[in-house]
Design a protein around this ligand. Structure first.
Ligand code: AMP
Length: 428
């Protein structure tokens, strides 16, 4: 058997501890924000029956055509690692009767799988945080979801974020538009870029977000989606825009904005940023009024968004200041066996009071232990050496602030560290 080191699967990343610190902060902020809006978490399995995604995302989409991790299990059932979670939320909602004469405000966070070509910001296992509001037909809920997202970006300190928005209209109006778009593009077939030519037969709507400038110029002469909206579509969309204006949310109309999944109807939007390079969209959503019925449920209107966690964490990390990357609150420096016999129980007492303590393991001189604590960016060292043992007082040395060290009795330590923490937080 080979003893060569085994590597992870291409496009599937380990999140190392430094990265996990940022992930945890982002996740906590998400939890705080969804709570403010009354959304409740739903967790669904990572594996679903393949048919679920065929029926929801659409047969002719990139995801279903070429990106799903699909396999036959031991019972000969065709299963798929979920490429997104809206279909699973809807499936679970129908299966457990959550949508029967009820409305639901849901959120989820978890891994998704798409067999795409890996590059920065595009992975084969990635994570999405998503919002699903099921049961409300009006634009009020679309606005609520956009407000929620905006508040989250604010709380994470993101800057230069752009909200692009469009309306795809009702399915019937969109179908009329698609028909005309296809006829128009067929007449210009030879001028289109290669992937748009392919999409002409499979999914012409996706040609609207082609990156090819020649194709974009051709589209300028083509039918305009906005003129296919009827009064009802327009009323819904205008009302949404008014809601956004009332809450001070800036948006940019983008009549070429479409989404990669077939189930979207009506208002669709995407948040983009210039800070992520080519993969500039980090969150996208809209209405999907037909999906619940399409998956065997009642006609339940729905809206939501999915946000790429890798991209969100990257944006957050670009923004956050170095001071937030502090290490443990206390590093316990202990010289010799007697010091350890006192230090370990003392560390437990501090932890009991909620103070984060890392004990120096592996010995070493006091100087060496302090260097280690400093490297790990600990805020304070508690030093137990010969003098401290003799006097039964502990030396507390601030490691990051440059302040003088002090010495104190054991029963003062908890209050001291809690007071330090309050001081830090109020300074922040
Ligand atoms: P979608 O479900 O395709 O509408 O994508 C919603 C969001 O998920 C995107 O804006 C990205 O932030 C993120 N996302 C989608 N696919 C990937 C991927 N392969 N790798 C990383 N993030 C992704």
């Amino acid at each position: 058997m080979s003893n060569r080191a085994i590597q992870s699967i291409r496009g599937m990343n380990d999140q190392l501890p430094d990265a996990c610190d940022s992930w945890q902060t982002v996740e906590q902020t998400i939890r705080e924000v969804v709570r403010l809006y009354g959304y409740r978490e739903i967790r669904t399995p990572i594996l679903e029956k393949t048919e679920l995604f065929h029926r929801s995302i659409g047969e002719q989409t990139d995801i279903v055509e070429k990106e799903m991790y699909t396999f036959t299990d031991r019972n000969q059932d065709s299963l798929t690692l979920r490429p997104e979670a809206t279909a699973s939320c809807v499936r679970a909602g129908i299966e457990h009767g959550l949508l029967y004469n009820q409305t639901q405000r849901l959120w989820y966070l978890g891994p998704m799988f798409r067999h795409e070509r890996p590059q920065k910001g595009r992975y084969r296992q990635f994570h999405q945080f998503g919002i699903e509001a099921l049961g409300w037909p009006g634009p009020d809920v679309d606005a609520e979801i956009i407000n929620l997202g905006t508040r989250l970006w604010q709380y994470l300190g993101l800057v230069e974020i752009r909200l692009e928005i469009n309306s795809l209209g009702s399915p019937a109006n969109r179908a009329r538009y698609l028909e005309d778009l296809r006829t128009f593009l067929e007449s210009r077939h030879d001028e289109l870029d290669e992937s748009s030519r392919r999409r002409l037969t499979t999914n012409p709507l996706r040609i609207l977000d082609s990156k090819d400038s020649g194709t974009q110029a051709i589209l300028d002469d083509g039918p305009d989606l906005a003129s296919y909206l009827d009064d009802e579509d327009r009323r819904h969309f205008d009302c949404l825009l008014e809601h956004l204006e009332r809450t001070g949310i800036e948006y940019h109309m983008n009549s070429r904005l479409v989404r990669g999944l077939d189930y979207y109807t009506g208002a669709v939007y995407e948040w983009t940023t210039a800070s992520l390079g080519a993969q500039n969209a980090f969150c996208g959503g809209g209405r999907y009024d037909g999906l619940v019925q399409q998956l065997g449920g009642l006609a339940v209107p729905a809206a939501g968004f999915a946000c790429g966690m890798e991209r969100l964490v990257e944006l957050y990390s670009q923004q956050r200041s170095i001071t937030e990357m502090a290490g443990a609150e206390v590093w316990m420096v202990m010289l010799g066996d007697t010091a350890e016999a006192i230090g370990y129980p003392l560390a437990e007492n501090l932890r009991e009071a909620g103070i984060q303590v890392v004990c120096n393991c592996g010995g070493g001189s006091i100087g060496k232990q302090l260097r280690r604590a400093d490297q790990k960016r600990a805020l304070f060292a508690v030093i137990i050496g010969d003098d401290e043992l003799e006097n039964r007082r502990f030396t507390v040395k601030p490691l990051q602030s440059g302040e003088e060290q002090t010495s104190m009795a054991e029963d003062c330590l908890v209050d001291f560290f809690l007071a330090q923490r309050n001081r830090e937080q109020s300074a922040f």
